[in-house]
Design a protein around this ligand. Structure first.
Ligand code: CTP
Ligand code: ZN
Length: 151
């Protein structure tokens, strides 16, 4: 059966194949708690997909920037970003964790230069993708719970 639970949208972005239960983290990444959203947003949690349960987030009349997509890749490595125009999927991208994460994860080491007074942007090298392991470029610390350190 086609999914009827959440309505198709006319224009905007559908973030699909989010691991079940992670839709709220995606909303957090998109800043929905900080700035009152201006777009219409629909969320589906634990819907049955072809390959088991998943979450979906639909944002009307908005596209995502690269940093937002990179952050989503950290918590939803198999997510697809679908661009919808006039009800049609006109673009579909699978997210990809880049080789370096600049300014998107905070280093947990309080003495790290990226946490100093002078503004130095955080920078992590991606050591492996499955499982995801990253290392601070400056102090070599490896965060254990990456999703809680997303800026
Ligand atoms: N979608 C939507 N509004 C539209 C078109 C599509 O909300 N006007 C949603 C669909 O419900 C789906 C996602 O966008 O969650 C991708 O749509 P589509 O590519 O048609 O679905 P699938 O073929 O199932 O995608 P995939 O192969 O990536 O699982
Ligand atoms: Zn560091």
């Amino acid at each position: 059966m086609k999914e009827l639970r959440v309505q198709p949208i006319k224009d905007g972005t559908v973030i699909d194949h989010i691991p079940p239960g992670n839709a709220l983290k995606v909303l957090h990444i998109l800043g929905m708690e900080r700035n009152l959203p201006e777009s219409v947003i629909s969320i589906a949690i634990n819907v049955k997909g072809k390959r088991g349960k998943k979450d979906i987030v639909k944002i009307e009349n908005r596209e995502l920037d690269t940093q937002e997509v990179n952050k989503i890749a950290l918590i939803a490595p198999n997510a697809t970003i679908n661009i919808i125009r006039n009800y049609e999927v006109v673009e579909k991208h699978r997210v990809k964790v880049p080789d370096e994460l600049v300014g998107i994860v905070k280093c947990g080491n309080p003495n790290c230069i990226s946490n100093g007074r002078e503004p130095v942007e955080s920078r992590f090298i991606v050591k492996s993708r499955e499982p995801l392991r990253i290392k601070c470029y400056y102090c070599e610390r490896e965060p254990e719970d990456i999703s809680s350190q997303i800026i």
